[in-house]
Write a protein that binds this ligand. Structure first.
Ligand SMILES: Cc1cc2nc3c(=O)[nH]c(=O)nc-3n(C[C@H](O)[C@H](O)[C@H](O)COP(=O)(O)OP(=O)(O)OC[C@H]3O[C@@H](n4cnc5c(N)ncnc54)[C@H](O)[C@@H]3O)c2cc1C
Length: 388
């Protein structure tokens, strides 16, 4: 058993960190305050060839698997950009996973190449206001017509919708009460997000403001057959396929965010002198930071184990879910502690930790909440009755 990163992984980490280093606190702070999408960072990542890290080599990707992507996302979120930086590229890496696995050759060529080049940006339209976490209760409906479908419904929280020209859209094509199983009868599309026909209304929110989130209103919108991914009625099953990689990446992004905040806290604790000595000489400051390190490190390795299992084709649901839970909790604790360590300055924007703190709570909520992860582990790992 060899539990360490390979040379290739270290090379990914260094390459990505180099790109990130060009975008400093000032840049990310301005993006957050001005609610401005980090176009320059997105372009730099595309130009460096990083957006195709999980995509097939035949399309210009690097096919480095979820493990490679995890190393990359970890490097991004531990940089000055934190979770905003990760979210800038996350959906493009990952949202289209269903196209990678279930798309036709024509679709892969047409849909994935522009994402890898950074000329297209995609958002993810799954969550609905009246369904919440109960995804099989979505009601956005795609009615079959000549040559395609007419879609009507409402999505919520569609992230990066303001700057995306494509949307991965989960719909119903058979009402839930007419399906054999609630997970049947849903159909997935990857299609144009034509804002002259679809209203994408920004939601004001607590943090991660460089990347917008939206309420999306779709009214009798035509989607061609060519944009349907896989078979009609199988959409939910395709989405399920990408859940474990998503948990892995979000979990590792959380760890990076927490480690970035912890590094800032440790630096400040070493420099700030009160009562004639650095505050970090006090165990009341030092021990909580050491504890954050331990929790973040253990989450990191749980997540890397999930990534390795996934890439070698083995079941990884328990590890991926546990990794997301541990990573998000450890990140939230580390970011909270980073604010506390800075005392009053932790509350100022100058030291950045309040920005990271605001981002960290999101990781406990989205894309899946802690409660639902624990329900999954309770049922699938511990054999307890299903509770949702
Ligand atoms: C900033 C942001 C960005 C997002 N981006 C996207 C995006 O790009 N695309 C997208 O599709 N979605 C996106 N989401 C949506 C996100 O995935 C959901 O908010 C999340 O899954 C939680 O769903 P909900 O908000 O509807 O919570 P609800 O389903 O309303 O749940 C509310 C609370 O009740 C708890 N709960 C519900 N049922 C149970 C149960 N049976 N047992 C125990 N507890 C339960 C939940 O855990 C939660 O704490 C985003 C959300 C946010 C906040």
């Amino acid at each position: 058993m060899l539990i360490q990163l390979s040379e290739e992984h270290e090379a990914i980490r260094e390459g990505v960190a180099k790109v990130c280093a060009a975008f400093d606190d000032e840049y990310w702070s301005a993006c957050d305050t001005e609610k401005r999408f980090p176009f320059e960072f997105h372009k730099a990542m595309a130009d460096g060839g990083w957006l195709g890290i999980t995509m097939p080599e035949s399309l210009g990707g690097a096919n480095l698997g979820v493990t490679g992507a995890a190393i990359m996302m970890h490097a991004i979120s531990s940089s000055a950009g934190g979770y905003s930086a990760a979210s800038t590229v996350h959906l493009n890496l990952f949202g289209p996973h269903a196209v990678v696995v279930f798309g036709t050759d024509e679709q892969k060529e047409r849909m994935l190449k522009p994402l890898i080049a950074g000329t297209d940006r995609a958002c993810f339209g799954v969550t609905e206001p009246d369904a919440g976490l109960d995804t099989t209760s979505i009601t956005t409906f795609a009615t079959k017509v000549e040559g395609g479908y007419r879609v009507t419904g409402r999505k919520i929280w569609t992230s990066s919708g303001q700057v995306s020209n494509k949307i991965l859209l989960l719909t119903r094509t058979t009402p839930r009460d007419q399906c054999r199983k609630p997970t049947d009868g849903m159909t997935l599309f990857y299609t144009d997000l034509d804002k002259s026909r679809i209203e994408v209304r920004r939601i004001d929110k607590m943090g991660r403001n460089a990347v917008d989130s939206n309420a999306t209103f779709i009214d009798d919108y035509f989607v061609p057959d060519a944009d349907r991914i896989g078979e009609e009625g199988m959409g939910f099953h395709y989405i399920l396929h990408s859940l474990n990689p998503e948990r892995i990446l979000v979990g590792i992004e959380a760890v990076g965010l927490g480690q970035g905040a912890l590094a800032r806290a440790a630096r400040y604790a070493g420099e700030r002198v009160v009562f004639g000595r650095p505050i970090g000489a006090n165990q009341g400051i030092q021990h909580p930071l050491a504890e954050n390190w331990a929790y973040l490190e253990s989450a990191f390795w749980m997540i890397m184990r999930a990534a390795c299992l996934y890439d070698s084709g083995q079941p990884c649901g328990a590890e991926a879910n546990a990794g997301k839970l541990l990573g998000a909790r450890a990140a939230f604790d580390a970011c909270t502690r980073a604010v506390m360590t800075h005392g009053g300055m932790g509350y100022s924007t100058e030291y950045q930790v309040e920005r990271l703190f605001r981002e960290s709570i999101l990781l406990r909520i989205a894309p899946i909440t802690e409660q639902l992860i624990l329900s999954f582990i309770g049922e699938k790992v511990l054999g307890l009755p299903k509770s949702y």
